[in-house]
Write a protein that binds this ligand. Structure first.
Ligand code: VGL
Ligand code: ZN
Length: 190
């Protein structure tokens, strides 16, 4: 018997705060909105991930009275961003969300950051239940959330394709090494 197997478009952190004009803007991210909208009709399954922090989250520099960009006990400190139910955490303006099958939030624990979407314990069981074993990844940010998510997905044995034209890095200098780590883990970057 042929086992069921399905691909999903996996839209990562395409939220106002990560777009130019937001609190933690990723360079050249606004152009992704239209590109991702155009891609959506090609997929039967569309999943989305949101960075979803409570106020005073452990990853915010302001929580510790420290400067943005500093490292503190291994945690990179960010500006306040993607605070639950605020404008910054909403899906980017113009992004078509009408066919999102399910949204997974991450980073909701006040005391623990999670770049990986698999930090949400509901994600892996959902993929298993729906036989979604091939993820086509788009969104933000290549050097943080996407890198962590993709490595976890590969560790679980999922097929992963990164659609490079629809991904952007917070620090473009880190992009090449992030992509190399993903390729080494068996990710198809196209
Ligand atoms: C992310 C920095 C802080 C990401 C989330 O999703 O890549 N980066 N929080
Ligand atoms: Zn975050």
């Amino acid at each position: 018997m042929k086992e069921k197997s399905h691909a999903a478009l996996f839209i990562t952190d395409v939220q106002n705060d990560f777009i130019e004009g937001g609190a933690l803007p990723v360079p050249h991210s606004r152009e992704l909105v239209e590109k991702i909208n155009k891609l959506q009709p090609r997929f039967r399954h569309i999943l989305a991930v949101r960075d979803w922090h409570p106020p005073h989250h452990v990853s915010f520099a302001s929580t510790h009275g420290k400067r943005v960009g500093e490292k503190f006990l291994g945690q990179t400190l960010w500006p306040d961003h993607c605070i639950q139910n605020e404008w910054g955490s909403a899906f980017a303006e113009g992004l078509d969300t009408s066919r999102f099958e399910k949204v997974f939030d991450k980073g909701a624990d006040p005391h623990k950051d999670s770049y990986s979407a698999f930090g949400n314990p509901e994600l892996a069981p959902y993929l298993l239940l729906h036989h979604l074993d091939h993820l086509y990844i788009v969104g933000l940010a290549t050097d943080y959330c996407i890198l962590a998510t993709v490595l976890d997905a590969r560790a679980l044995g999922l097929k992963v394709t990164l659609l490079l034209d629809c991904c952007r890095a917070i620090d473009p200098r880190q992009e090449a090494s992030a992509l190399q780590r993903m390729r080494d883990a068996g990710v198809d970057c196209i």
